[in-house]
Design a protein around this ligand. Structure first.
Ligand SMILES: [Fe+2]
Length: 414
């Protein structure tokens, strides 16, 4: 069984006519079972892993939709007992993840199952981590240099087409002491198996389909244009962008369109694969700040500035931004300048957001001055911290002026 790995691939990259060499990270995801109806296989999969008692992690929405009962019934039909943790919070705070882990330890579970959107899947990752690694969770914040002990098997079933968390090596947790979103990663929270069943998304309302779909799109285009992009992430990112262009509007218009739901699930998992090594950059950096400081839902926050981010990076990622524009039917004429290509992609992204009814920052009730007072400082601070740890993802230098320009334009224009 594979997990994420760090290779020492040394590709040749031509930039301004000069061949340079750089190292990159290729992440090979855990196995995924993909297809309609495959959630029913979870009991058998747990039994294959030798599990007898599962901590099942989900939120109220998943319970209300009847999905938790359906999954738990499938678990129990495999002869595995289920312990429910149904209190997952949005933008999962550390204390909530610790509650889930504590329940798992006190109940003596031997596996964890996460069912839901990104918050549920990330809480499940943290719960798995804490079963063999003592709390508090803050001891394990960070992507690299944090040593964690292996833990029990973890199976994730996404119920939205957006997060891609079922095939990423880490999770995002809100550090409530510092009021920021941070990462957990390492062998202690590694995914054992993802079960990606498009039928679990059939009942999603249009607003959630739209915001989570934009999250998937941001994973794909940001990893495709990341400073850490590599041929592996590029293949996954390109195909994910194509799938979103083909299916997101259809899935929003008709939630029972099985082909569109399946296409978006593929895009979501490909986004997770793409970003596992390449990581995301400016749209997610801004989105994380909007989530932590202003409680904007993740997909809405990450997409809020996407048109402006595409224009900002087009001068160094011209071919990639052109591909994005073409996928969404906004191809500029042959020989177009980078600025024209950037404008075509901007128009494409803005058109998509309008077409699927994604609320802009004004409609989300955000205050322009409050945003500008908080977001640029926060994003630059996060990028500086990441750079110190060796994770530079933005293809262009990140300054307060750049972020303020992107956010203020997005507020006024989108
Ligand atoms: Fe995301």
């Amino acid at each position: 069984m594979t997990a994420s790995f760090r290779g020492c691939f040394v590709p040749e990259v031509t930039m301004k006519g000069v061949v340079i060499f750089m190292s990159s990270v290729w992440s090979s995801p855990n196995p995924l079972l993909f297809g309609r109806g495959r959630a029913a296989e979870i009991g058998a999969e747990l039994r294959k892993l030798g599990c007898k008692k599962a901590l099942v992690v989900y939120d109220k929405g998943v319970a209300d939709a009847g999905i938790a009962d359906k999954v738990i019934s499938a678990i129990e039909s495999g002869g595995v007992a289920a312990v429910r943790f149904d209190k997952v919070q949005a933008d999962p705070p550390d204390w909530s993840a610790e509650e889930a882990g504590t329940l798992g330890v006190s109940e003596g579970v031997d596996c964890v199952v996460g069912v839901g959107g990104g918050s549920s899947l990330d809480t499940a990752k943290a719960a798995k981590l804490l079963i063999t690694n003592p709390p508090p969770l803050k001891r394990y914040y960070g992507r690299d240099g944090v040593v964690t002990k292996p833990s029990v098997p973890l199976i994730l079933l996404p119920t939205t087409a957006g997060t891609g968390s079922e095939c990423t090596p880490g999770g995002v947790i809100t550090d409530t002491e510092r009021g920021i979103k941070t990462n957990i990663a390492g062998v202690g929270c590694a995914v054992t198996l993802g079960i990606v069943d498009p039928e679990l998304t059939f009942g999603l309302p249009k607003s959630v389909t739209a915001s989570t779909g934009m999250d998937a799109l941001c994973h794909c285009i940001e990893s495709y244009t990341s400073a850490r992009a590599n041929p592996f992430s590029e293949v996954a990112g390109r195909e994910g962008i194509r799938l979103v262009a083909e299916y997101l509007i259809r899935a929003c218009d008709d939630g029972s369109d099985a082909e569109a739901r399946e296409g978006m699930m593929k895009a979501s998992s490909l986004g997770g694969i793409a970003m596992s090594g390449a990581l995301c950059h400016l749209s997610h950096d801004i989105g994380r700040s909007l989530g932590a400081k202003f409680h904007v839902p993740h997909g809405n926050g990450c997409a809020a500035c996407l048109p402006q981010v595409l224009e900002a990076v087009v001068h160094v990622k011209t071919e990639q931004v052109l591909y994005f524009a073409k996928c969404f039917g906004s191809a500029p004429p042959d020989g177009a300048s980078p600025a024209e290509i950037g404008r075509a992609a901007y128009t494409a992204a803005l058109g998509l957001m309008g077409r699927i009814g994604l609320p802009n920052m004004k409609q989300l009730g955000l205050d322009r001055a409050a945003l500008l007072a908080a977001v640029p400082d926060e994003v630059v601070m996060q990028c500086e911290m990441a750079a110190k740890a060796g994770f530079v993802t933005s293809p262009i230098p990140v300054t307060k002026e750049l972020i303020a320009n992107i956010v203020s334009r997005a507020y006024d224009e989108n």
